[in-house]
Design a protein around this ligand. Structure first.
Ligand code: HSE
Length: 297
């Protein structure tokens, strides 16, 4: 029996569309064991009715086992804790894919390297920015080169916390990708290229005062804003409350404020503000998860 714990992830972080991502200390936890006959999925304390063929943990698990020719009869999959909300831009599908691949690897005796796990997870998810930090932990820049993912970790200043503001409404990644243009002009490309390069350097060197201008973006956020009612007011309030920067988490609907740990009033003041607007917003103060997927055998 394997116990697998996978962190939530935030992708893009402003200008780093499909390239930047970071693991957060919010987790999904699942227990997987082989059994003699059939597949059983148990959702502890949750009322979920998800067809097996739509369960990304199961489909990723069997994809890997089939690819490596491992013969199996059945599985018991126990969803112990699902803290990562669905369709909110916090990497719930990446966490399921990574859990399934990690379980398959453990069942096969750990024959896959981290790079092989990253490549399979990216193949399933379609882009690397959530799955890579879910596997490695930390803040990571990733790209696909000739069919293989190349990734590199970025230092995150220790005093930064992440105010994760989650609304009650969902935004599907498909819809959020659908509202983006098919092509961009030179000025938009330069705007984002310069900012994502500066953002990585500012994080690595702890140049916190540069992070606000670097998290601006002209590739996805201006278009996705239309799907997230209240975003302008929340971002304005966040800046007034002294946040370092704000961005849409992945494809939304969650918003994230980067906050210095000495800004102790941010959480309370932002919670009061969110309670006064529509959208059923909740706020959680999270930190970077440095470890990524954990598996206990
Ligand atoms: N980079 C992806 C996007 C993350 O923004 O569409 C969501 O899965």
């Amino acid at each position: 029996m394997f116990n697998i714990k996978v962190p939530a992830t935030t992708a893009n972080m402003g200008p780093g569309f499909d390239a930047l991502g970071m693991a957060l200390n919010m987790y999904n936890e699942v227990e997987i064991q082989e059994q003699e006959d059939g597949v059983e999925v148990i959702w502890d304390g949750m009322d979920v009715d998800l067809p097996l063929e739509e369960n990304l943990i199961y489909t990723s698990l069997v994809l890997v086992l089939d690819r490596y020719g491992y013969e199996y009869k059945g599985f018991k999959i126990r969803m112990k804790d699902c803290s990562i909300p669905l369709s909110r831009g916090l990497g719930s599908s990446a966490s399921a894919i990574v859990a399934g691949i990690a379980a398959a690897n453990a069942i096969m005796g750990g024959k896959l390297s981290e790079d092989e796990i990253i490549n399979i997870a990216t193949e399933i998810e379609g882009h690397p920015d959530n799955v890579v930090p879910a596997i490695t932990g930390g803040m990571v820049v990733s790209l696909s080169n000739e069919g293989k993912v190349v990734h590199s970790k970025i230092d995150v200043p220790e005093n930064l916390k992440f105010a994760v503001m989650i609304p009650s409404f969902k935004v599907s990644t498909e819809e959020a990708r659908g509202v983006m243009p098919k092509s961009y002009g030179k000025s938009e490309c330069i705007f984002n290229i310069s900012r994502v390069a500066m953002l990585v350097n500012a994080f690595n060197k702890g140049e916190i005062e540069k992070i606000r201008c670097c998290t601006k973006d002209m590739i996805h956020q201006p278009y996705r804003k239309t799907l997230i009612h209240g975003i302008d007011d929340i971002f304005k309030k966040s800046e007034e409350l002294g946040a370092v920067a704000e961005f849409i988490s992945g494809s939304g609907s969650t918003l994230i404020s980067v906050v210095e740990s000495q800004n102790t009033g941010f959480e309370k003041n932002m919670r009061e503000f969110l309670e006064g607007i529509e959208g059923g917003w909740q706020i959680k103060m999270l930190e970077m998860d440095a470890h990524g997927v954990r598996i206990d055998i």
